[in-house]
Design a protein around this ligand. Structure first.
Ligand SMILES: Nc1ncnc2c1ncn2[C@@H]1O[C@H](COP(=O)(O)OP(=O)(O)OP(=O)(O)O)[C@@H](O)[C@H]1O
Ligand SMILES: O=C(O)[C@@H](O)C(=O)CO
Length: 432
């Protein structure tokens, strides 16, 4: 029976956290989407369950309702400790959803205090003096300033969080964290710190281990996946916690679907364009005729499989130097660019799996949510790692009929800013 239950606000975040938990000795299931009423679906043999939601940019009410439903399902499955996973770049707006979801989970658990730990040094995210850095840049001076859905225009986590929460926001300084778990525990026990959302500085893995150890009695922790490196699962070191094997395909048809506009993805797209058959999504064509435009994209991929066997074709939304359309530029009629791109890549994914695709690398959390939902996948099992925060996962699509079983897929759901520049060409060798 699982004891640790996590709620991730996007799908790449869910596999990011699950990757860390598997490495830490938790047999981990990722459940896709708001859980169905049946308790503990898929969680039987797991030590940890991560529910993958697409709630990061959803309306606040929906994000809260789905997160609370996920918490209830995790409690029914037996979980006693909870982890709210959000982005290591704190992707949110002045309305949420990090604050409102944290507040709702605390209320459900009858708690008034948790920690806020987006730091993930392995991916360049560190927090010092409550300011979030992305490698050498403050968050608001990093490319996240121009994110199409959640542009981050401040780096101070206290200022970002305060308008989103009904709880006081407090700061735990690096001077305390770097002294280790005992110092953090006594700071947290000191009534002077008070209840509320406690933003913790952390610049190294050691800091994260100290925070994880000191907070192991808190029913709820919140953060990026970095905090989980300080959690030790019941099977630490044992073979049974190891990653799942890839689906057994010798020459699977493969495709890369990229809806992300993030800096790392743009570089990966540029590399992919130099090495792979590729086609860019054309917003004007998609707006004029969604069906015919997506059919052209899937035709391109199926032709490429024949003409260039062994090379995964790349469908992408944003190239290295392209502008993105933000909400203020949305057309008077028709869906905004972000929605249109997600819908187009989701449709292509569904049609391509019907046409035989069995290995999909998807770039972008929102994009991954749209794709995985369209494929009717219910659970993911973490497979071969592809670098910090990214792994292959195995998944089965929902059976269409009893006679037509679901397809077994290898999926890599890549966060916008994660992965090496050559990921679109190098990831596949981990499956052979
Ligand atoms: N040219 C564009 N104009 C406007 N929006 C775009 C454009 N290209 C992509 N988008 C949208 O931007 C969003 C990118 O979000 P997504 O979560 O998929 O990627 P990401 O933010 O880079 O990844 P992550 O959340 O994992 O860090 C998607 O909704 C996508 O449809
Ligand atoms: O924490 C991160 O940066 C990622 O797991 C993520 O949430 C990207 O969407």
């Amino acid at each position: 029976m699982p004891t640790l239950g996590a709620i991730a606000d996007d799908f790449t975040g869910a596999t990011d956290l699950a990757t860390m938990l598997v490495a830490g000795g938790f047999r981990t299931e990722v459940l896709v989407g708001p859980p169905e009423p049946a308790a503990g679906e898929g969680a039987g043999a797991a030590d940890a369950v991560v529910v993958a939601l697409k709630s990061r940019t959803a309306p606040v009410d929906r994000a809260v309702t789905e997160s609370v439903a996920a918490l209830a399902a995790l409690r029914r499955a037996g979980c006693t400790r909870f982890y709210f996973k959000y982005c290591s770049t704190f992707d949110s707006t002045a309305h949420g959803n990090i604050g409102p979801v944290t507040d709702a989970l605390l209320a459900e658990l009858g708690q008034r205090r948790t920690v806020v730990v987006p730091s993930f040094p392995a991916t360049g995210r560190t927090v010092y003096r409550a300011r979030l850095f992305v490698h050498d840049d403050l968050l608001d001076e990093s490319p996240m300033r121009h994110h199409p859905l959640t542009p981050m225009r401040d780096a101070h986590l206290g200022r970002l969080l305060a308008p989103q929460t009904g709880h006081p926001v407090r700061l735990l300084p690096h001077e305390t964290v770097r002294q280790g778990a005992a110092a953090v525990r006594s700071a947290l026990a000191d009534p002077a710190l008070g209840d509320g959302l406690i933003v913790a500085d952390a610049t190294t893995d050691e800091d994260l281990r100290a925070l994880a150890t000191a907070t192991q009695d808190l029913p709820l922790v919140t953060g990026a996946a970095g905090l989980a490196l300080g959690l030790s699962g019941p099977r630490a070191g044992a073979a049974e916690a190891r990653a799942a094997a890839a689906a057994p395909y010798a020459h699977a048809k493969s495709v890369v679907l990229s809806g992300s506009a993030s800096a790392a993805t743009r570089a990966q797209v540029a590399h992919g364009m130099a090495h792979l058959p590729h086609r860019k999504l054309d917003l004007r064509r998609l707006r004029e005729g969604f069906e015919s435009a997506t059919a052209e994209l899937t035709d391109f991929v199926t032709r490429s499989w024949e003409q260039s066997p062994g090379l995964p074709p790349l469908l992408y939304a944003v190239g290295e130097d392209d502008e993105v359309e933000d909400a203020s530029q949305a057309p008077a009629a028709g869906p905004p660019a972000g929605e249109l791109i997600e819908a187009a890549l989701a449709r292509c994914a569904r049609d391509l799996v019907r046409a035989g695709a069995r290995r999909l690398l998807v770039a972008g959390g929102e994009t991954s949510g749209a794709v995985v939902t369209a494929l009717g996948v219910r659970t993911l099992r973490i497979g071969a790692p592809l670098g910090p925060g990214v792994s292959w996962a195995t998944a089965e699509t929902r059976p269409k009929t009893e006679a037509e079983p679901g397809a077994l897929l290898d999926l890599a759901l890549k966060s916008g800013n994660f992965g090496s520049t050559d990921l679109f060409t190098s990831a596949w060798k981990e499956l052979s």
